[in-house]
Ligand binder design. Sequence first.
Ligand code: NDP
Length: 467
Amino acid sequence: NKSQIGVIGLAVMGKNLALNMANHGYSVTVYNRSEDKTKQLLAEAAGRQLTGAYSLQELVASLERPRKILIMVKAGSPVDTTIEQLLPYLEQGDILIDGGNSFYQDTIRRHQQLAARGIHFIGTGVSGGEEGALKGPAIMPGGDRKAFALVQPIFEAIAAKVGEDACCTYIGSDGAGHFVKMVHNGIEYADMQLICEAYVLLRELLGLKPEEIKEIFAGWNQGELNSYLIEITADILGKTDPATGKPMVEVILDKAGQKGTGKWTSQVALDLGVPIPSITTAVFERYLSAMKDERVAAAKRLAGPEIQAVRKPAAFAEAIRRALYVSKIGAYAQGFSLMAGASRQYGWDLDLGSIAMIFRGGCIIRAQFLNKIKEAYDKNQDLPSLFLDEYFRTSIENYQQDWRDVVVAAIQAGIPVPAFTSSLSYFDSYRAAELPANLLQAQRDYFGAHTFERNDKEGTFHHNWEA
Ligand code: NDP
């Protein structure tokens, strides 16, 4: 009896996806470079339709035709190595699926290389971490649409569900799925940074303890901010360190790590010429956080203002909630504009409404709010910015005074809130009919004869600035 699908790479993600498939009744052959992980998984999964393979040849031989193989190895060269090693055993029409966090341009390259040999390639984003992989991730497949149709039932079975809908939709050709997953992670960086800024404002301006901030976040999670990230933040703030009895957050060193998907999102935005300042700021803040020793030394030398206690704490906490909500709208507006820009550049024809739908379940950024994004794109597929959708426009109209008040209070107190601030500046720049780029063009023309356009007649001009 042949298996319906193979999984290569049995670290947390591959292992849990294989179990998820087996739990949904699919027969799976599993393989890992080092045998111990294969044996361990088979021991854990006794009684389920999992078969172990101890060579790639054995794996391929165990599968139904056309073969469907999900690769879940470390992103980067291990994916190429695995594909190279598999190729001698594959036949035309077989389907390779890369479910890791591969860079989308690598996916485009692999897609072309494999197409030339008659092998279908599906680069798919998988979101939701370890638990999502087991219980239902969001799945963002890109590549050959016809080949996707052959794996679609398996993907839909294992994906997260929101009501009846599986959080899995074909995204677009070649690298589209991995691109969308990358932007998901970029948005996640901004969303997390914004929540951290709300936390620091509650802590520093209102002088609240983690236990009190927990209650505030738990309350926020009941309303329009309802989301996985707000929910886990409330949970985190309630946890105590068993060793010291202190709140867990207060014993964790303030040095952030990263695996690079936020950096990629920022680099790609620079290449595509799409502004995503809140996402990029979130990446930079992780870098700044990592400079712990330098910050500690600087703190001794560089004084800021005294922090004044806020007069109406409850009202101010509500203002922070509102500022967080509209800052978040700004960050998502940027992420969705980046996807729209890439869609034009690569001819992917991305359906941004469906993408918002998939993000609603399984993903780290899953949130109520994504329904509103879906509705916005349902009303107008070519919406230039989420800011222009009626719902979001009204939210900002109602909350923007609080947004400004919170940012001003933070700046006056010397508390860094770069993501709140960059979302607000992005909003103000976006809605500005005039920016000071007139002067900028004059400067460029002055020192480099770069020329400029005029606002009163057509054409390209150069001024003799020395005259
Ligand atoms: P890792 O990224 O830690 O990768 C470990 C796996 O890759 C092991 O199976 C390892 O085999 C294999 N591997 C590494 N190098 C090679 C190589 N040169 N040749 C063959 N196999 C190799 O595993 P994760 O499960 O965390 O992630 C898998 C993919 O999914 C990654 O792309 C990751 O970015 C992505 N992802 C991870 C998420 C998470 O929450 N962890 C969430 C979403 C996506 P061996 O055991 O022999 O070392």
